[in-house]
Design a protein around this ligand. Structure first.
Ligand code: WT7
Length: 633
């Protein structure tokens, strides 16, 4: 059976088959991989208990599928192109043969340093090849990687290390990002003051900075790698053994460690990559995400390598040394598939098309976006200036939890429509539900987006907290996976994702829970209470607006000082991306009779939609609304 869809008629046929006979559909795809032992049972599930198992009884190692099986045919083909932050530094072209050697050496080092199957390894690295090697080396020995984005603060890092009781941290002396260097080792040192599980830290030399190495705990990696053996026999993993943990923000409390398992994730990453990007032999593919996010896991590392592709890893930022950096890289490597975020497109569009026009982008075939809804203006700019109206745009909807792309056009097959992620991939069964939990039929068009049948790439649990996994995703609509997003469906069956229905806000493509930020603000001795909402922002998509009540009155000057302190606290405890763009001090916040802050009203005020506040009379304290409107910033 073919699973690379190439025309619309075939798409509908395959989608139908995948719905009628999901086991047959996924078996055919799973059979294209290397297994050391075939599965006994394709699928076993109970969505009400959030209990899902794919390919049970199977044994495999994902790195054999990402690397070893390609060696014979394409050992000399480039697997990873590393493009450094600074264009004057030479790139690295790492062939599949070299990747095999590096990953095997790294696996031997991790093993020598005491990492065993099932142990958690925290990876806190910039976008350098060692990040890919470490992730794959963990997979090779069966350790569970937990990559933490190297822009997170020491306390965010510490809480993630503690949650998973990581035994090891792999980091660097520092990282380059645009014209800045980031003191990664210093941040790790600080984080490790508040953790007790870490026995060993391995440090990559990148910036050459003078860093503190703790005796008995910290070691330089390069010396160990050189001495290590270049073969490590891949550990046999059960299909449902965890492959990695990746943290995503929750609307309440601490981040959720989403757990992805080996076989299902592998099958889904490879399948979705193949269909959504239509990669062909000798193409060069580039996803601009960071491996600290799921996009980087699935579509820089695993998806492309499983398909034997050439994938670009870029260390830098779109604006350094100038705003044409992306397009210069596209030209340099003759990129064929380019995958980025709407926030990047908007910020580059603002700089003017001349940066794009300087470069030859004729190699491009497919353009992708991910992370948030793309507005029509950005879509058109991308289509016109970057794709020269020749390249289909794949607006890909998915989540950390889904493991891979769920809804997206298939290029050259699905007619694209600006702002619509369009159709589900075959094997994905979306549904729109109303507040009562009823599925909305074909003609009514807006509801809460759910998935009604398991797919191999779905997360299996939240690390150490299966109940929270059930409560967050499976309790609201029993028998369904609830995405937390709202969506529209047009008469042709195209989906358009309209945004989150809960208190998660997407800022510059980063998924931020409001609660953890509010908790940080509330820690300040002058603050009584706070509420954060998003408001739409030209470049960031959304920016954060904080309403804050104080314990006692402060002068203007003291208020200015407090604003700086609050953003400083947020930067330290959550990360600079979570800083508030606007802050308003107020004497109280609008509350329901049960004491819940009415964010809906605060959102409307932040957006300036003052005529749409709705009925405020049911509030506990309706009088505060006037005051808030009057002093809005
Ligand atoms: C949330 C998931 C999936 C990788 C990056 C983000 C929003 C994602 C789209 C899109 C509209 C989108 C959703 C989703 N989102 N892609 N194409 N159109 N919204 O992963 O941090 O887990 O965030 O991002 O709200 O639930 P994440």
């Amino acid at each position: 059976m073919k699973h690379q869809v190439r025309d619309l008629h075939e798409y509908f046929q395959i989608r139908e088959l995948a719905e009628q006979q999901p086991e047959k559909f996924w078996t055919a795809i799973a059979e294209t991989f290397e297994w050391t032992k075939k599965w006994d049972n394709i699928l076993d599930y109970d969505l009400k208990k959030a209990d899902v198992k794919w390919f049970e009884g199977g044994e495999l190692n994902i790195t054999e599928n990402c690397i070893d099986r390609h060696i014979e045919k394409r050992g000399d083909q480039v697997a990873i192109i590393f493009e450094p932050n600074d264009p004057s530094e030479k790139e690295q072209r790492i062939t599949y043969n070299e990747l095999a050697e590096q990953v095997n050496r790294m696996a031997n080092v991790l093993c020598q340093e005491g990492v065993e199957k099932g142990d958690r390894v925290c990876v806190y690295l910039p976008m350098i090849p060692e990040l890919a090697y470490t992730v794959l080396a963990c997979a090779r020995i069966g350790a569970i990687h937990s990559v933490v984005f190297a822009g997170f603060s020491a306390s965010a890092l510490a809480s993630r290390i503690n949650d998973a009781s990581c035994k090891m941290v792999v980091t660097a002396d520092g990282g380059f990002r645009g014209d800045k260097t980031i003191d990664l080792k210093g941040i790790v040192n600080k984080a490790l003051e508040d953790t007790s599980s870490v026995e060993r830290t391995l440090v990559v030399r990148r910036t050459g900075a003078d860093v503190h190495m703790e005796n008995g705990r910290d070691e330089w990696l390069s010396e160990k790698l050189e001495k290590a053996n270049s073969f490590f026999a891949p550990e046999k993993m059960d299909s449902e053994d965890p492959l990695f943990i990746l943290y995503t923000s929750g609307s309440t409390g601490k981040p959720k460690g989403m757990v992805h398992t080996t076989a299902g994730y592998m099958v889904y990453a490879a399948y979705s990559f193949q269909n959504v990007f239509q990669y062909e032999a000798d193409d060069v593919y580039w996803c601009t995400a960071d491996i600290g996010w799921i996009t980087g896991h699935t579509y820089i590392v695993y998806g492309p390598l499983l398909n034997g592709a050439t994938t670009v890893m870029f260390e830098g930022v779109p604006s350094y040394p100038d705003f044409d950096r992306f397009w210069q890289i596209v030209e340099k490597y003759e990129i064929n598939q380019f995958y980025t975020a709407p926030t990047a497109i908007r910020s580059l569009a603002k700089q003017g098309a001349e940066h794009v026009e300087k470069h030859d982008l004729s190699s491009l075939k497919v353009l992708g976006t991910v992370g948030e809804p793309i507005n029509e203006e950005a879509w058109n700019w991308y289509h016109h200036h970057v794709g020269q109206e020749r390249c289909p745009i794949v607006d890909t909807w998915w989540q950390t939890e889904t493991g891979g792309i769920m809804i997206a056009p298939i290029p050259f097959t699905t007619p694209t429509k600006a702002t619509y992620a369009s159709f589900p991939l075959p094997g994905v069964q979306p549904a729109l539900l109303d507040e009562e939990g009823d599925e909305i039929g074909d003609n009514v068009v807006s509801g809460n987006l759910c998935i009604k049948f398991p797919w191999p790439g779905m997360a299996r649990t939240i690390w150490n907290n299966h109940q929270r996994y059930i409560d967050t995703y499976f309790a609201r609509y029993p028998g369904y996976y609830f995405t937390g997003d709202a969506a529209l469906r047009d008469p042709a069956g195209y989906y358009r994702i309209t945004g989150r229905v809960d208190d998660v806000i997407i800022v510059s493509g980063h998924n931020l829970g409001t609660a953890p930020i509010e908790n940080v603000i509330n820690e300040h001795q002058n603050v009584a209470e706070s509420a954060i909402v998003g408001y739409s922002h030209e470049v960031k998509g959304n920016a954060l607006y904080g309403y804050i009540t104080l314990k006692n009155e402060l002068s203007e000057e003291e208020q200015d000082h407090l604003r700086n302190e609050i953003n400083g606290l947020i930067a330290d405890h959550v990360g600079p991306i979570a800083k508030l763009s606007k802050m308003q001090f107020t004497s109280s916040l609008p509350k329901t009779r049960s004491g819940k802050i009415m964010r809906r009203i605060l959102r409307k005020i932040a957006a300036g939609e003052l005529d749409q506040l709705g009925d405020t009379s049911t509030l506990l304290n309706p009088e505060c609304v006037e005051e808030i409107i009057e002093n809005r910033v």
